[in-house]
Ligand binder design. Structure first.
Ligand code: PGA
Ligand code: ZN
Length: 428
């Protein structure tokens, strides 16, 4: 048995130039593990709460209190625990926190520590993290979903929808899927520049366009797929993260960029037409985080031919997934470890999704770092899809590149999960 000797936190910096928590866990036997908490911008109300300093420094986003929580409270509580007992480690963290949403210790502190313990355990076992989790080489690489245009809260509302994504489900390997999306990404950028519509780079590395309408961005993505030489709907399809909580107020959905207002039924009609008119295979958070009725209607109408993902809607909480899935809301779940705050609770969310026959998609946050934990979780837990933002900037590329290394290390064993997804395409 190898025991935790020390847990140490420090302040590091994320992709938005804001402070975040890095934790380092050292074992009595020598090995250590390290992880960094990411941070969201369009966060769900039900998420684990980050501990931030407030005040004027760094827009109130300092993490000195969170770092202190790790060093002064979490570290002594975990000292001496068996590093291979992740459930006990996470239970100890939850008990010490004592709140329903990690607000005392901070979800940023707990996420960094919990993941760092997992890395230390894999180092102790002398295995790559994905292999430590899977227990075998029979794994599949996840299908990437990659942001081409960023909008919503990640691009000052230039369009209302948050992510316009490419899903290269016709590729035969993880490596090929990235190579395809690279072509789509560059085709999209070239087209925007030629039309003078590129305002810069959005939070997750996608282009930040000026289209005048949300549908204009979908059309531009479709054009980019075609110009890159791929068959839309067969090789590369479109995914949207609508992040609808951001444009929902008092029962009305309002797209500010077009000044259009919708009630629930009218919005669903727009989505239905889009699914009919464009090669869209996936839509995330099409209705607001508490609009269960909206999500149920959407799933009933479109669930047979569309992946309907809940992100803010489920916030990676197993109980919420079980409850809302049983009501027929959504057929897929976005999984973000820092929405719930520990590895064990994240794993429970994945397991609950599976029990309810929902696909899982492991996802990064808009504020990210070089940390590649989520890629290992996706491969190690057999999660079929991976969403880490766009195809630029190193906090994103670090994760895509880690997937390439894993696929290469597997050689002939490497499976690719595209075949398991979007079953209706195979039937067509
Ligand atoms: P966030 O957004 O990380 O800013 O919360 C990502 C998403 O909605 O998927
Ligand atoms: Zn989302």
């Amino acid at each position: 048995m190898s025991r935790i000797q020390s847990v140490q936190a420090r302040t590091v910096w994320d992709s938005r130039g804001l402070p975040t928590v890095e934790a380092q866990v050292t074992l009595s036997s020598g090995p250590s593990g390290r992880a960094i908490a990411p941070a969201g911008a369009s966060t769900g109300a039900g998420e684990a709460k980050e501990l931030r300093d407030g005040g004027h420094r760094f827009k109130g986003m300092g993490v000195t209190q969170a770092v202190r929580m790790v060093n002064e409270q979490i570290a002594p509580a975990l000292q001496g625990l068996d590093i291979h007992d992740q459930a006990l480690i996470d239970e100890t963290i939850c008990q010490l926190d004592g709140t329903a949403n990690k607000s005392r210790l901070g979800g940023n502190s707990t996420t960094a520590v919990s993941l760092a313990c997992l890395w230390a355990a894999s180092a102790q076992a002398d295995l790559p993290l994905w292999r430590y989790l899977s227990g075998s080489d029979e794994v599949t690489l996840p299908l990437p979903e990659i942001q081409i245009f960023g909008g919503g809260a990640h691009a000052k509302g230039s369009v209302d929808l948050q992510d316009f994504l490419a899903l290269p489900h016709g590729a035969s390997s993880f490596a090929e899927s990235l190579a395809w999306v690279a072509e789509v990404y560059h085709a999209a950028g070239k087209d925007l520049s030629q039309r003078g519509k590129n305002l810069g780079v959005a939070d997750e590395g996608g282009f930040w366009p000026q289209f005048g309408s949300n549908e204009g961005a979908i059309e531009a993505l479709l054009k980019a797929i075609e110009q890159a030489g791929f068959k839309p709907g067969e090789q590369v399809s479109i995914g949207l993260d609508l992040a609808a909580t951001q444009y929902h107020h008092d029962g009305i959905y309002h797209w500010r960029s077009e000044d259009r207002r919708f009630d629930r039924d009218q919005l669903l009609q727009v989505y239905e037409r889009w699914v009919h008119d464009y090669p869209i295979v996936s839509m995330e958070d099409g209705f607001a985080e508490d609009d269960i009725e909206g999500m149920r209607n959407m799933t009933a109408l479109l669930g047979e031919r569309l992946q309907i993902i809940g992100d803010d809607f489920f916030v990676t909480h197993a109980a919420r997934i079980a409850e809302r899935a049983a009501l027929g809301a959504c057929n897929a779940v976005l999984i973000k470890p820092n929405q719930v705050g520990t590895v064990t609770e994240t794993m429970q969310a994945v397991a609950t999704a599976k029990q309810h026959h929902l696909d899982s998609i492991i996802s990064a946050r808009s504020g990210e770092t070089e940390d590649v934990s989520i890629v290992h979780l996706a491969v190690g837990w057999g999660v079929p899809q991976l969403k880490v933002g766009s195809f630029s900037r190193s906090e994103r590329m670090a994760k895509w590149n880690e997937g390439l290394r894993i696929e290469e290390s597997l050689g002939v064993h490497a499976g690719f999960s595209n075949q398991r997804l979007f079953a209706w395409l195979n039937k067509a």
